[in-house]
Design a protein around this ligand. Sequence first.
Ligand SMILES: Nc1ncnc2c1ncn2[C@@H]1O[C@H](COP(=O)(O)OP(=O)(O)O)[C@@H](O)[C@H]1O
Ligand SMILES: [Mg+2]
Length: 431
Amino acid sequence: MASIVLKDIVKKYGDGFPAVKGVSLEIADGEFMILVGPSGCGKSTLLRMIVGLEDITDGDLEIGGRRVNEKAPRDRNLAMVFQNYALYPHLTVFENIAFPLRLAKGTFSQDEVRRRVEAAADTLELREHLDRKPANLSGGQRQRVAMGRAIVRQADAFLFDEPLSNLDAKLRGQMRTEIARMQRRLGTTTVYVTHDQTEAMTLGDRVAVLRKGELQQVASPRGLYEQPVNLFVAGFIGSPPMNFVPGEVRDDVLHLPFADVPLDDRLRSVVGDRRLVIVGFRPEHVEDAALVEDGSRGVAFRADIDVTEWLGSELYAYIPFETNPEVAKKLEELDRELDGEGLRSQVVAVLSSESRVRDGDTAELWIDPARLLVFDPESSENLTRDEEAARRIDAETEEERRAALERAQRREAASGGAEDRERSASARGAA
Ligand SMILES: Nc1ncnc2c1ncn2[C@@H]1O[C@H](COP(=O)(O)OP(=O)(O)O)[C@@H](O)[C@H]1O
Ligand SMILES: [Mg+2]
């Protein structure tokens, strides 16, 4: 296992296109790091430079503390984990897992191959499937076979490039859990590329958000969600996405398209002397005023509801709004970048499923101004970001990660011990 350190990594392709523009990132030994961003932002390029499939134009890449820029892929001891299409249908699970060892002709004895494949199969709970063909396995089992190949090589790190993007939603969810569980269990350094924010949020210890070849923010999923550095990260992370509306500042009041929010100390200090800002709020932070017990902290407002969707666990309400042309341009740009659906001129509220708000209502809604994020319309910076809170969140998440890793390894040690006892008991029985 090893740490992976990127220092100001640059990639210019032959045609001069700068795909990666100086990315610095430290991935700790055993960490699960996600690289996320819209299509074309340079994720695969970065991953391919780490494995050695693509030259590094500038900067340093260190694996396990050693600079490896000039090392060939096979000398970096990293394993790219491919999706199930990379399994050989005519080979058994055993032979599929053994494949990389067989490739290194003469390096491993038959016994060594068997030992390694069986050890991997035990970890991956594939022991009873070793003689089967991939076609007869479930999606989750196939994913594990693909990981088994990486394990037998005893690679220092696993690299994944959008391994789940061709799967349907249900299988994707299942595989996601599978990968997370295996990574915890093995504690192997992992870099995982995806354009899917849900995968990023659920899988990683930390997430690096990329935009046009530049790193925007590296933080725990909760850090990104609660303390995004800018409009891009705020809009990319979260589903349904964060709402953005223009906020016009007049007479100590922040005028939103449907609500007037008196400036409190926090808002006043972040707004400064700006007349126009972009205000962001999460859909789940809007509530049905009728269901709020103590509304005194917040601001109630009336909004014309266009459509509602009742999902059982919650109610989505869509609220169209008139936008300021200056802000509209900025938000349209953002929407294009985020591969969005051009829905930036309506607000989404995720209300309690008990809400009686219905299509066509003028509803009384409620929001706590402490939940409002304020962005600079020029620089896109999150003016309300709280550095101290961000540090606290990441420290907590790091603590949780260590605890989870220790738990997984203790469990592993305990079950390994039990198996050994079983084996020696049956050996005694046989003797
Ligand atoms: N071989 C190449 N030659 C020139 N440009 C490339 C090449 N491969 C990728 N690019 C460009 O580099 C950018 C980043 O690509 P890529 O790393 O594949 O993005 P992602 O994986 O985030 O979708 C894209 O604009 C892409 O067109
Ligand atoms: Mg890619």
